[in-house]
Design a protein. Structure first.
Length: 239
């Protein structure tokens, strides 16, 4: 019973995260490892995330800033491939702390830039390639690319609608690209997917809640909330 309850809550949170409040997905990824091994949990969570991405793109498709997709996706694909080869060689305890440290370091850098009013070039391909690659590695290894992508999109100084729409497109493509790699690692099975199908209605409900919430959050409050979620996500990776 606890197993299905945790997965249902995770599915609900995935919908909220993808359609309205990016970053809350990290809360779902915290719960699932409570009822199964951490690496196996990525296979159960991925279909929820992908289905939620599809709903989010359908709703927010016109808000996305496509030039960021063009800059980010090639390096994200390379990062997914790198994460695929790294996943079988690095223990959970080590890569979790390493990824968490990277997230917190990026968050600290963001805070320094804001305090000193340092403007980050919005068309920097080097920044996009670096952040995209890191997102690819983190999403393959721990479904934890959200905090890095949120910091990148915050640095681009776009509206909350553009933020949600761009984030949805990026992760729809990225999570679809991840599917065969997760299957090759044995993380996706017919049994796990049949459970996903039963719980997909919770993703739909979460998506409705997410749209409701983001429509009622002001731009400045949205940015503050995103940085709080990045902090929570970074700390979560240590455990």
């Amino acid at each position: 019973m606890a197993f299905y309850l945790v997965l249902a809550v995770s599915a609900l949170i995935a919908g909220v995260a993808k359609s309205g409040v990016p970053g809350t997905a990290i809360l779902g990824s915290v719960l699932v490892p409570l009822v199964m091994p951490a690496k196996l949990s990525t296979g159960y969570v991925l279909p929820f995330l992908l289905f939620a991405d599809i709903i989010a793109v359908a709703y927010w498709r016109k808000a996305a800033v496509m030039r960021y997709l063009v800059m980010l996706l090639p390096s994200m694909f390379a990062g997914v491939i790198a994460g695929f080869f790294l996943m079988g060689h690095i223990p959970d305890a080590i890569y979790g702390k390493a990824l968490g440290s990277i997230v917190l370091l990026l968050l600290a850098t963001d805070a320094v830039c804001r305090r000193k009013n340092i403007q980050i070039p919005q068309n920097s391909r080097l920044l996009a390639y670096g952040m995209g690659f890191l997102c690819g590695v983190m999403t393959m290894m721990a479904n934890a690319a959200g905090p890095v992508m949120m910091l990148y999109l915050l640095a681009m100084n776009i509206t909350k609608e553009q933020f949600v729409g761009t984030n949805a497109w990026i992760f729809l493509i990225n999570n679809a690209f991840k599917l065969p790699f997760s299957a090759a690692l044995g993380l996706l099975t017919p049994g796990s997917f049949s459970i996903n199908l039963i719980l997909f209605p919770f993703v739909i409900l979460g998506s409705v809640i997410g749209v409701f919430l983001v429509r009622r959050i002001s731009g400045p409050s949205f940015e503050k909330l995103m940085r709080v979620m990045v902090l929570i996500g970074g700390i979560k990776l240590f455990f």
